[in-house]
Design a protein around this ligand. Sequence first.
Ligand code: FAD
Length: 596
Amino acid sequence: MPVYRAPVRDHVFVINELIQFEKYAEALGYEDGDADTIAAVFEEAGRLADEVFFPINQSGDEEGCKLDNHVVTVPTGFAEAYKTYCEGGWAGLTADPNYGGQGMPQVLGVMVEEMFTAANHSLFLYMHLTHSAAHAMHGWASQELKDTYLEKLVSGEWTGTMNLTEPHAGTDLGMIRTKAEPNGDGTYSIEGTKIFITAGEHEMAENIVHLVLAKLPGAPEGTKGISLFVVPKFLPTEAGEPGERNQVFCQSIEHKMGIKGSATCVLNYDGAKGWLIGSENNGLRAMFTMMNSARLAVGLEGSGKAEIAYQNGVAYATDRIQGRAATGPVNSNKPADPIIVHADVRRMLMTQRAFSEGARALAGEIALNLDITFKSQDAEAKQVADDFVQLMTPVAKAFFTDEGFNAANATVQIFGGHGYIGEHGVEQYVRDCRISQLYEGTNGIQSMDLAGRKLSINGGRAVKTYLATADALLALHGEDAEMADFVKPMLPALESLKQATQWIMDNRAANPQNTGAAAVDYCRLFGIVALGLQWVKMARVCIDTLAAGTDEADFYQNKLVVARYYMARSLAEHSGLLERIETGADPIMALAAEAF
Ligand SMILES: Cc1cc2nc3c(=O)[nH]c(=O)nc-3n(C[C@H](O)[C@H](O)[C@H](O)COP(=O)(O)OP(=O)(O)OC[C@H]3O[C@@H](n4cnc5c(N)ncnc54)[C@H](O)[C@@H]3O)c2cc1C
């Protein structure tokens, strides 16, 4: 039987002890940002994840979704779990109180997402797309549209979707063909086919609110000619309730590798009625609001998967007996020792844990900066925070999901052949996690966003600030002998990141392929260094807490052991990545296309 217990203590550590959100809460206008409230919310979220989401994760995978006459049936228990989630107010946790939300900080919203998606990736997709749709409408829709839709999305009574992809247009959205004809009454008639639409059809909610990219007649070519529309499954009545059925139907659902409990739909828009969100031809900007929040949520799918993979790896490694410890039997009354005695098994568990705890800390810092971006009154602080979020979003999306997949894969390895068969439930994590590397923009595209656009905006202001802040952090702790194990290995790693950044900036003009050639390695290098910096900060907190005296000494001492592992092993990749980045595009592009 697979296991999962939300790591509530570690969430509390990140937000209350590492980030110390309480210090920011008042200035940001969060009345409920005190340490006790935060711990209580994590406790409740953990209970929901453990007791409601997780028990239907494996069965949801086995059962999958079914389509019959345009109606999608989700796995047993999903509708009840969705109802429990909505009744608990989780759908509107961070949403605007003007629309029925609880107005809680992002540090809560983001962190609980990790628990929910770890416990049940498929189920949480219905919720996270709703949250993203509400976020985009809040930012861009007219007051009238907000009044019609936001309360329903915030309560979870209606769910949301994002409709970008078409059969011939995935990454290159400039090629979409879905059309929007004005009806002359302020509404539009939407015509076209969207594919791969997550949560595109189901009966868990009274209505589904599709946010759809389409082109107006005579719109400019490419991405400059895309507009965003809201197209409900049922047209809202005057009273704001679901009314007449709109002309959008699910034609089929995909049979896919993983996330089988999530309905991935082909949607036909056949003259469906829609309303414009934002201004004409400005749809991609509005959609990016949705995608940025969705990208961080996808990143958490990766770190959440690493956590659940780790927990199952530990459970199996302490139970399964095979072979003897290299140092002599530890279980002399049994025919073999538990496999956790073997260094190779430990290596996998330690890598998973060092990543998962490091990623949680980085997610916490991103969430804090989201709170500052949304709520700070200080223009400069807002700009620095926004730069940080923009820079880190592709790192969180791509690096977290790559490592989440590696962690899930490592658990199959820990289980040996028993991991490959369905019985133990861990091969599901590999299948489920694979999509996180693909949707919301593939990890290759995320990496190019980082190495291309994000390094260039405002003359590289975001990355320069990031590197200077990292220098300052290492200088601050550099004189402290107790911090030497953490600061010393970070110095060359940070140097590699600086050198790689400079190399990309210096070499992109010489060969237009250089950025793409370096991008994936650069994003990984960025992620490895970013987690290293988190481990430096975590080490500081642990050393100080132990010095001050604590009755949880094991928790802090163990964290220091994991921090040392990260510095000794996970960080070591930096020099190889730099070396690869600096080879540029030539070795990659040298073979003629026809020679493949
Ligand atoms: C289960 C599932 C759920 C999904 N949910 C949604 C959803 O809810 N809404 C939605 O709109 N879409 C959704 N998608 C679609 C998803 O976002 C796309 O599949 C993804 O963005 C990639 O597009 P594509 O599959 O067309 O690949 P392509 O764009 O054809 O890319 C193929 C390969 O080429 C690479 N590539 C493409 N262009 C470039 C370039 N310029 N430079 C370098 N490399 C490039 C890509 O990185 C990739 O490796 C979902 C997909 C799946 C499978």
